[in-house]
Design a protein around this ligand. Structure first.
Ligand SMILES: O=c1[nH]c(=O)c2[nH]c(=O)[nH]c2[nH]1
Length: 301
């Protein structure tokens, strides 16, 4: 229960604030040769700093327009992207370096992949397998980079069960040692350094997550999730922690007895809701506390 302060006389002040341009869609074509390449991003720029008088006095002399922030994203893309993390780090250095009162900020990106059509030089098909994510949080000279992946939908048609759980009056779920397990992998991992080959590590982390999902018999999504996250930390010392949020995309065996048919795990009803939701942070025991940065990355525990 919260109690109400009935004689609140304290001054009203501006608390935490940030502002910027959300979802700047930028497609960068690299066309130095006839074989083009595409980088397709959705970038958000938000500044932290001394913006008090803009809020309390209507004084805009510190307010770098959100329109300028959008233009800066496009201008920096002209110089090259490389990786979403590198682009965001350059944006952070620029805004903090060029404007005295900008002390930090949050820059975020999603990246969408395009594959070549039949190895064509300049025709592509969008690969909707997953969305890559990146966040750079800057505070003075400090940079924190959090990379991620989402909408990576996976399924295994056997090699998963769920049993041994407590039962009470409300339990109807039957134990099983053979079920479908499916989830949409959503993960974010925090680097301890900016000296990273971000594209190479992204590729390796996603391939580890996929391999571990399939690798061994799963007694629960919780166990599989911990295996997936642990394997990423084991392979990558430059990652301090990884957060996973995994919906349990339930597949129910359909009772076909109305037609006189058995159903030995062949025909399933893919429910879209409700779904289990299994989440964890898997971390090195001695990892530093980055909870203030994680607070800017919603959707995880
Ligand atoms: O992998 C699972 N974890 C659970 O916590 C759970 N709960 C449930 O009903 N089914 C499952 N499956």
């Amino acid at each position: 229960m919260t109690t109400q302060n009935t004689n609140a006389t304290g001054r009203i002040v501006l608390g935490q604030n940030q502002y910027g341009k959300a979802e700047v869609r930028v497609v960068r074509v690299t066309r130095d040769t006839e074989r083009h390449a595409i980088e397709d991003l959705n970038v958000t720029s938000q500044l932290h700093g001394d913006f008090l008088s803009a809020h309390t006095e209507g004084n805009n002399e510190h307010v770098v327009p959100t329109d300028t922030q959008k233009n800066t994203v496009y201008a920096f893309a002209r110089e090259g992207v490389g990786s979403p993390e590198q682009l965001l780090l350059r944006l952070a250095d620029h805004f903090i370096g060029d404007f005295d009162w900008v002390t930090g900020g949050r820059w975020a990106a999603e990246q969408y992949a395009w594959d070549r059509i039949n190895d064509h030089d300049h025709a592509f098909v969008r690969n909707n397998r997953e969305v890559r994510t990146a966040v750079v949080h800057a505070d003075g000279q400090q940079r924190t980079v959090i990379a991620g992946v989402e909408d990576l939908t996976v399924l295994k048609s056997t090699g998963s069960g769920f049993a041994g759980y407590p039962k009470d009056t409300y339990t109807t779920l039957a134990e099983t040692d053979d079920r479908i397990m499916s989830t949409d992998v959503k993960a974010r991992w925090r680097y301890t350094t900016t000296d990273v080959d971000f594209n190479a590590v992204y590729t390796d982390v996603t391939s580890i997550l996929l391999a571990k999902f399939g690798e061994k018999y799963s007694t629960a999504l919780q166990q599989t999730m911990f295996d997936m996250g642990s394997a990423v930390l084991e392979a990558h010392p430059e990652i301090a922690e990884i957060k996973l949020s995994l919906p349990n995309n339930h597949h129910f065996v359909v009772d076909l007895s109305f037609a006189g048919l058995d159903n030995p795990n062949v025909v399933f009803y893919a429910a879209d809701r409700p779904y289990g939701v299994i989440e964890a942070t898997i971390r090195r025991e001695d990892a530093d506390d980055a909870s203030a940065v994680w607070a800017t990355v919603p959707g995880f525990c």
